[in-house]
Design a protein around this ligand. Sequence first.
Ligand code: AMP
Length: 394
Amino acid sequence: MNILVLNCGSSSIKFALFNEEHKIIKGLIERIGGNDAIVNYELPQKNVKYKNVVSIPTHEVGIKILIEELLPQSGIKNVNAVGHRVVHGGDKYSLPVIVNDDVKKDIEECIPMAPLHNPHHLAGINAIENFLPKIPNIAVFDTAFFQTIPIEAAIYPLPYKYYEKYKIKKYGFHGTSHYYLMLKTAEILRKKVEKIKIITCHLGNGSSISAIKYGKSVDTSMGFTPAAGVMMGTRTGDIDPEIVPYIQILEGITPKEASIILNKQSGLFGISGISNDMRKIIDEMKKNFRAELAFKIFCYTVKKYICAYLGILNGVDAIIFSAGIGENSYLVRKEVLKDMDKLGIILDNKSNESCVGKDGIISSRKSKIKVLSIRTDEEVMIAMFTKKLVQKEN
Ligand code: AMP
């Protein structure tokens, strides 16, 4: 079965095509909306890379180019199913589903909660229905993995009517990544997922931490929106809620402007004043106090969540670091886990420093809790879900 995986963002289409064994082609179309869209793809098995700048005014045109021009480069002639990443599935979906009109309506109803994502996922689904009308589309929701979070961890202590009226609760995000990390951890530790308790740290430009008990998510750091939890590239993470109206009044700004500050001007970027990129922060750290402060706050907030989840899970088998920062920065891993020997966590400095951009165990033999660095792969997970669901239906 050949499966195309699509992740349609506000101005981009990330794609990957899988046959039974491998990722055959993967790529990214960026800057959709104008004459200077960038098309990137590679054929990992053949070591071929391609980049071009073309005019792509809409997602629909992007998908047409993908199907007619890019996918044929892989040598694969037919796609049997398409798996779509969908950021928000609301309360309804705890598993991937085959897309029909009702599912599309549900994705549309979640647009107010994911205005930057869900409209573009729908555009991708509609384009595939248009160009490849006979094949099934599967929606894989970022929020699905978190449907098992118990109610006391999911409902905010606001007046209960806001939960009833507006469905304000914790939904969580990056679920597909956390799910993949859970499966991969079990594989590396040679244990069943039903037998392990883990904390997964997806640390990228957006970051989230999840507590997973015997195959089920029991808590996660992102909340009603992806702005909650640990500090991120440009997002605050958790802050005192009263700060928001306070700044609004002092600066005379609207809720929308306040939201831009919280989501786009804060985090590593807001504290350092330099960049949202952890690499730049680390480069500047020795000579710039604010860069050093940004690094320290980031690591501190990650540590705080890990410790909270250690308590909630009554100890864990493993802590996993993943995504751009988690997979690549041994300095972040070292700072986050320093002075935790009394909790049974001891890094092996050599393994930690050498484990960059690859999978491995980075804790010392003396460490009761294993620490792993794992490269996340949401596309593989979406392809697996898609294949399983299509096979089940046939
Ligand atoms: P992601 O959102 O998972 O693609 O992660 C992107 C982020 O990973 C970038 O913004 C960088 O801050 C970070 N990153 C990538 N490589 C490194 C590295 N070698 N050291 C520190 N941070 C890195």
